[in-house]
Design a protein around this ligand. Structure first.
Ligand SMILES: *Cc1c(COP(=O)(O)O)cnc(C)c1O
Length: 225
């Protein structure tokens, strides 16, 4: 018996139920397995239970797991903070990057993505006011940044990502996602149609407010060490 099968179906069920009340219930929602700190064996079991998208936050750790799991058809997502000196390895070893938060980083990823690879899919990380972490783009700076990133041919700007402050209250969990979703609709940029919203503690709220990909670690793999 695969230890992840039950948890995955429970999470998929939670997502499907929340999606019934979302702005676009027809939209399929991707479950991203956030596997940071977990050994390759855990990823391997989750893969065998059906998951294909894995998210990692620490570059060296991710590269070593990619090596160990090279025989699997995994789509790798980078979701951690990006330092300038790590952009080359990130650009060339991941298909999706969720945490692009400034033009300088976007330009480096664009320059360093190998030409034979398809454009790197990126999300812009949004900083909602009141958030403790300083990383992320303010919503009022988004239109300018979007037009600058459009010019970068080795990047494909797909959407936005957010990590709101933790809230226990459901309504408070929904609010920042709702604000971002509405701001994006107003931009009228048809390609900005992916929303990397929600983690283990707030996935119901995130999906209800328009998430298209949820980043789930603890609820899937258990507490991190
Ligand atoms: C670790 C992490 C997650 C997963 O968090 P859980 O609460 O364990 O589900 C999601 N997103 C990002 C950016 C993370 O760093």
């Amino acid at each position: 018996m695969n230890p992840y099968s039950d948890r995955i179906s429970q999470i998929q069920q939670t997502i499907a139920t929340a999606n019934l009340g979302s702005p676009n219930p027809e939209q399929a929602i991707q479950l991203l397995a956030v596997s940071k700190t977990k050994p390759s064996r855990d990823l391997s079991l989750a893969y065998q239970a059906g998951l294909r998208h894995f998210g990692e936050s620490y570059l060296q750790e991710a590269l070593s797991k990619q090596d160990q799991l090279a025989h699997f058809a995994i789509t790798w997502h980078f979701i951690g903070p990006i330092q300038s000196n790590k952009t080359r390895a990130i650009a060339n070893n991941f298909s999706w990057v969720h945490s692009v938060d400034r033009l300088k980083i976007a330009k480096r990823l664009n320059e360093q993505r190998a030409p034979h690879l398809s454009p790197l899919n990126i999300f812009l990380q949004i900083n909602i006011s009141g958030e403790q972490s300083k990383s992320g783009v303010a919503l009022d700076q988004l239109p300018t940044l979007v037009s600058e990133i459009r010019a970068l041919k080795n990047l494909s700007l797909r959407g936005v990502m957010a990590i709101p402050e933790k809230q226990a209250d459901y309504g408070a969990q929904c609010q920042p996602y709702r604000d971002i979703y509405q701001a994006i609709q107003q931009l009228k940029e048809p390609d900005l149609n992916h929303f990397s919203f929600g983690m283990s503690g707030d996935m119901t709220a995130a999906v209800h407010e328009g998430a298209t990909i949820v980043r789930v670690g603890t609820a899937l793999f258990g507490q991190r060490n």
